[in-house]
Design a protein around this ligand. Structure first.
Ligand SMILES: Cc1cc2nc3c(=O)[nH]c(=O)nc-3n(C[C@H](O)[C@H](O)[C@H](O)COP(=O)(O)OP(=O)(O)OC[C@H]3O[C@@H](n4cnc5c(N)ncnc54)[C@H](O)[C@@H]3O)c2cc1C
Length: 380
């Protein structure tokens, strides 16, 4: 082994670990990537048919450079894999003009100089009749938004990593990580591997991975519901943008039909309950939740049959401030952590994969990550 070809273990091949594997292997690292489950599995945060991509970002204009770089990398991965992963169908944020998310996206669009349009209720009804707005509500249209396909994205990044020599070890839960004089020893069952550096990307399992036990990343359950479209053509990506619908009684994210049948809704206003851990994720539908989601759809999306045809539950890791934890692990050498993406990490995954490679291979990155540093929680 030479200094220019470090051996790097990645723990977790959800979208963040998969992108880190792609970027690290592409830059010459010898990558071993472990996952307790298989590629694109549905127990963690990186499955469920669709994810929103947005550039006008309510989480803050500081993310815009990352989002623009991520968009380029999504196109690179599409070219390398030959798969369509990102469809730029545009995006809507809908709600009352003084609603915090509406104010935040307007502020971001103006601060970052991003193209956008403000549509009043009548203009929205004319262009996007799939949505019903209340009196006084508006929509901000972001032409740079779109929809991502999670499972083929993970698969594509891992295959690209393999083409650069990475070994992807599915169904290999990492049971133990020990710091050694020169790096780390990884244990899974009876087997061990010695590596120079570890990249910890366990998503909502963070609290169960010993070196990360001090980080305040809580596992939560997010439930998605699919509702059949009465007229499928009107709800496909060429006519229905992704949407974030803010509403005091019925907020949700909304995704166009990708399966030929149904629009996906992720209700927001009911909250996302804590779970013990993703291995114990309840998979069943809570009837009260399904009724509330149906009521929201019946009220705000008149073109859908308001009973879900499918319900899926997923796990995600959340931090107290809603921003991910990205950077060198405090108190350990040669360990980089990327976790706690708090419901908005998918779209950014390729750029965080590149940042992981920067941190491992050069010890730094050109991005200002001070707001995401693990050190912000070090006092807890
Ligand atoms: C329902 C839902 C909707 C979302 N919507 C959006 C959206 O529209 N747009 C957006 O940008 N983001 C969205 N997000 C957030 C985004 O999907 C996540 O931030 C992102 O997928 C996090 O990926 P991850 O790799 O950190 O976690 P995961 O995908 O959960 O991957 C972690 C992996 O680590 C593995 N692992 C953990 N511990 C070990 C161990 N000890 N040994 C081996 N393997 C281990 C797990 O098996 C898992 O595969 C959404 C999330 C959910 C759940």
């Amino acid at each position: 082994m030479t200094a220019s070809t470090p051996r790097v273990a990645i723990v977790g091949t959800g979208v963040i670990g998969a992108m880190a594997a792609w970027q690290l292997a592409g830059r010459g690292a010898r990558v071993l990537a472990f996952d307790a489950y298989g590629r694109g599995h549905d127990r963690g945060a990186s499955a469920g048919e669709s994810r929103i991509f947005r550039t006008v970002y309510k989480e803050g204009a500081s993310y815009v450079p990352l989002l623009l770089e991520a968009r380029e990398l999504w196109r690179t991965l599409e070219a390398e894999s030959g798969r369509a992963l990102l469809t730029l169908c545009g995006g809507l944020t809908i709600g009352a003009p003084d609603e915090p998310d509406l104010k935040a996206v307007r502020h971001c669009a103006e601060e970052a100089g991003l193209p956008h349009e403000i549509l009043d209720r009548e203009q929205t009804a004319a262009r996007f009749p799939q949505h019903r707005l209340d009196e006084g509500e508006i929509a901000l249209h972001d032409p740079g938004a779109g929809v991502l396909r999670p499972e083929p994205s993970v698969q594509s990044a891992l295959e690209a990593a393999e083409r650069h020599g990475a070994r992807i070890l599915s169904y290999r839960p990492v049971d133990d990580l020990t710091e050694t004089a020169h790096g780390w020893r990884i244990a899974s069952g009876e087997e061990t591997w010695d590596v120079d550096h570890v990249v910890l990307t366990p998503g909502p399992w963070a609290a169960r991975l010993a070196p990360l036990a001090g980080l305040p990343v809580r596992a939560k359950r997010i439930t998605a519901c699919w509702f059949a479209a009465r007229e499928v053509a009107a709800h496909q990506p060429d006519r229905l943008p992704i949407a974030i619908r803010r509403h005091p009684e019925a907020g949700f994210s909304c995704f166009p039909v990708l399966d030929g049948v149904a629009v996906k809704i992720v209700p927001h206003h009911l909250g996302w309950p804590d779970i013990e851990g993703p291995d114990d994720l309840p998979r069943g539908a809570d009837p009260a939740f399904a009724r509330a989601a149906s009521a929201a759809v019946g009220r705000l999306l008149p073109g859908l049959v308001p009973d879900p045809v499918r319900i899926g539950t997923y796990a995600e890791g959340f931090t107290p401030d809603g921003h991910p934890v990205v950077g060198p692990l405090p108190g350990a050498a040669r360990a980089t952590v990327l976790t706690g993406f708090s419901g908005h990490g998918f779209k950014l995954a390729p750029v965080f994969g590149r940042i992981a490679a920067d941190l491992v291979l050069t010890g730094g990155t050109g991005h200002d990550l001070s707001g995401l540093s693990p050190h912000r929680f070090a006092h807890r």
